[in-house]
Design a protein around this ligand. Structure first.
Ligand SMILES: [Zn+2]
Length: 218
């Protein structure tokens, strides 16, 4: 059965949206059978391609679904990949590579509706922030507190960070964590805000300040 819609992360709307399929087609099928006569019982592999549009802004998407199965018995999806738009483009600059990688994985998990890995990677982004800023403490709780003590973040950002830490802990330690889409989305946005504040804006402020100083010297 072909899909009629996909829930995807729309980079234009910057939220998870419903996208409506406007076209689909088979990318062909391959059989594992050595002899053509065995094909009926052998596993086959194939791809189906979909073009869909964001129902809010009409942003186009191309999705590849990889399938395998045995004719008339079962069919499973092995992979679902968004081929276009490619990956997640970070709207944030000057991130250390490790923070960028953790945050991108959180984004990717979210767009694949994997909310547990999403909040885990949000929490990891905070770990990277602490590491980068040499935060001291035996737990993430303590290291986040030390970020505030050393003036890297204010109370509000600290509160956000603690909430991300808490939901990350829930995902890591509960056997059946219930991480809802809305919570994962919020964790993602708050993580992004923290990264922008600590890395992107701080760097921009420094260059702004030095430009102003240069100008005032002349
Ligand atoms: Zn959109």
């Amino acid at each position: 059965m072909r899909e009629k819609s996909f829930d995807l992360f729309c980079p234009k709307c910057n939220i998870l949206v419903e996208t409506e399929v406007i076209a689909n087609g088979s990318g062909g099928f391959r059989s594992d059978a050595v002899n053509p006569i065995d094909e009926i019982d052998a596993e086959y592999h194939g791809e189906i391609y979909y073009i869909s549009l964001c129902i809010r802004c009409k942003q186009p998407f191309m999705i590849r679904k990889s399938l395998y199965g045995i004719l008339g018995e079962f069919e499973s999806i092995t992979d679902e990949t968004v081929l276009y738009p490619t990956g997640s483009k970070l709207p944030i600059e000057d991130l250390p590579p490790m923070a960028s990688s953790a945050y991108e994985q959180a984004l990717k998990s979210f767009s694949a509706s994997l909310y547990e890995p999403c909040v885990l990677m949000c929490r990891k982004s905070l770990e990277v922030v602490c590491e980068t800023l040499n935060a001291k403490g035996s737990s993430l709780y303590g290291r986040l507190e030390s970020l505030k003590k050393n003036g890297h973040i204010d109370q509000r950002l600290l509160n956000w960070a603690h909430q991300i830490r808490a939901i990350g802990n829930e995902a890591a330690h509960n056997i059946e964590p219930e991480i809802h889409k809305e919570d994962a989305r919020d964790a993602l946005d708050l993580t992004e805000a923290i990264l922008i504040y600590i890395f992107s804006l701080t760097r921009r402020f420094e260059s702004f300040k030095s430009r102003r100083n240069e100008k005032n010297k002349n």
